[in-house]
Design a binder for this molecule. Sequence first.
Ligand code: SF4
Ligand code: SF4
Length: 128
Amino acid sequence: MTFPLSHGSPGNDQTVLEPGVHYVCQRCNACCKWPGDVRVSEGEIAAIADFLEMPEGDFISGFTRLRTNRTGLSLLEKDNHECIMLENGGCRIHPVKPSQCAGFPNKWNFPGWRDICEAIPVPVPPKT
Ligand code: SF4
Ligand code: SF4
């Protein structure tokens, strides 16, 4: 499968959300293999470094780069464009993964996302 260079990121203006539906991730890892930034905030960097039991400076120098727009840091990607944290079919930092990862596809997405994401829609019960 050929992917475009980037699928955007949280806050993009092409996100379409569906009220009353929640998509349950099937851990297919496709979204960990797309080219593009995986944004990490300062707070996320601290949490990830702590989870990996390494100094923040070592984590930043070993696992991050400047975002494409140079406004912050992104996780590195491998030569094949997979995220540096994708290991043995899973996310090495799953409990503390960035909000960009945790938010897809329920908080942000892009046109055509359902063609390449295996998440299953389930109805959200109305609040009582
Ligand atoms: S969000 Fe979608 S693409 Fe990403 S791992 Fe889950 S099912 Fe796969
Ligand atoms: S941090 Fe984890 S969930 Fe996010 S893209 Fe990388 S491997 Fe996937």
